[in-house]
Design a protein around this ligand. Structure first.
Ligand code: DGP
Length: 117
């Protein structure tokens, strides 16, 4: 899907909005979350503007794997693999998705709380 000019994550991908970028390749960009909820909180997004996980289909299935692979590599580089970390996708209002550009949260660097609060 084409970039959405009003999407803040598309703006980060385009370099129009600054972010602390930790990973970039043709398909995935990862950056530090502006409102961290854990000692390490990184947002991993597809460069392509796709709003929701439910918008994915067979042709895009590989992208989810790319997000998880990039997240696991970032976690390993940061030494999080030794003690563990959490990967989360918030989908829709019940999950408090606030940015309508699909993203995966990488959380860790400390003992995390329960899955649902
Ligand atoms: P979610 O609630 O799952 O939609 O998470 C969106 C996350 O994006 C939230 O943790 C805060 C983060 N975020 C929102 N705007 C910005 C921004 O402009 N820059 C950065 N780095 N993170 C942002």
């Amino acid at each position: 899907m084409a970039a959405d000019p009003v999407c803040i994550f598309c703006q980060i991908v385009a370099g129009e909005l600054s972010a602390n970028i930790l990973h970039r390749d043709d398909h995935v960009v990862a950056f530090q979350d502006i409102q961290p909820v854990a000692a390490t909180h990184i947002v991993v997004i597809p460069t392509e503007h796709v709003e929701f996980i439910v918008d994915y289909d067979e042709t895009r299935a590989a992208l989810i794997g790319r997000l998880a692979l990039a997240a696991s590599q970032i976690a390993e580089r940061g030494g999080l693999d030794a003690t563990g970390y959490r990967l989360v996708i918030n989908q829709g209002p019940d999950a408090d998705q606030s940015v309508d550009h699909l993203h995966m949260h990488l959380l860790g660097g400390e003992q995390l709380g329960g899955m649902v609060s």
